[in-house]
Design a protein around this ligand. Structure first.
Ligand SMILES: [Fe+2]
Length: 247
């Protein structure tokens, strides 16, 4: 049993983009596969393997962006779905998704979701090299912007992509010691809206007056309204099961 669904693609505007970049593609939780009729070799690829080329050829040109080298991608995790399509998601290797974004665009920065595995070893960081920037409790400077990231979720650390609550919050606090332009997370804070689910302990850290305003990108839990802002100016973009193009 499987069903077809549409992937919402939104367009948002930002004050500042990384140097050399005219659009950021931001997405998470693409827990599906392409349609059978679109599969080049008969086995539907992960949705995230097919999306970058479709964006570059069909979507970005409608925004006046013809050169994919001027586009970068921010990935917030959970890009796997079982090939049998008999359930949504599942845990598996998402290396091909990262590589597909990297082949199409200038660079990629991202974090792992709680269902993401890279190669065989479930506990190892992926061995990605530039232009793929994997973040988990660290940050990079790219295009004159600091992008920090923390992947996975709060949970039992003997399972992949999980940290204890204390470890997660301490790591997050350390990342917030420096000013960031973007903070990438998989799990994330709740929003002020009624159905903007998330972790209130994460929100408490992000909402402190001394936290420098930045754009927090998260996935993992779906919000019908993908955008929120706290009183300290920090903005949250929830890209669970959607693509947002920022220009
Ligand atoms: Fe998740």
């Amino acid at each position: 049993m499987f069903y077809e669904d549409r992937l919402p693609i939104h367009h948002g505007r930002v004050d500042r983009l990384p140097e050399g970049i005219s659009a950021l593609v931001v997405t998470a939780d693409l827990q599906g596969r392409e349609r059978f009729q679109d599969s080049p070799d008969g086995t539907p690829r992960l949705l995230g393997e097919a999306v970058p080329q479709r964006l570059a050829e069909d979507v970005l040109p409608t925004l006046g962006i013809e050169n994919p080298h001027h586009v970068a991608a921010l990935l917030a995790g959970d890009f796997y779905t079982v090939p049998a399509l008999d359930r949504r998601g599942g845990t598996g290797d998402v290396t091909a998704v990262w590589r597909a974004f990297g082949e199409q665009f200038s660079w990629v920065a991202g974090v792992a979701g709680n269902h993401d595995v890279f190669d065989e070893d479930r506990k190892m960081r992926p061995r990605f090299h530039s232009p793929l920037h994997y973040l988990d409790g660290d940050s990079i400077n790219v295009g004159n912007m600091r992008i920090a990231g923390i992947g996975g979720i709060i949970g039992n650390p003997s399972r992949p992509q999980r940290r204890t609550e204390a470890d997660y919050l301490t790591t997050l606090e350390q990342l917030l010691d420096e000013p960031n332009e973007v903070l990438l997370m998989h799990e994330g804070p709740d929003g002020p809206g009624p159905r903007q689910r998330g972790d209130s302990r994460i929100r408490e850290l992000l909402e402190r007056p001394r936290t420098e305003p930045c754009l927090v990108v998260r996935g993992h839990a779906h919000w019908d309204d993908p955008f929120a802002e706290y009183s300290n100016g920090l903005q949250i973009l929830n890209v669970d099961a959607r693509v947002v193009i920022l220009t």
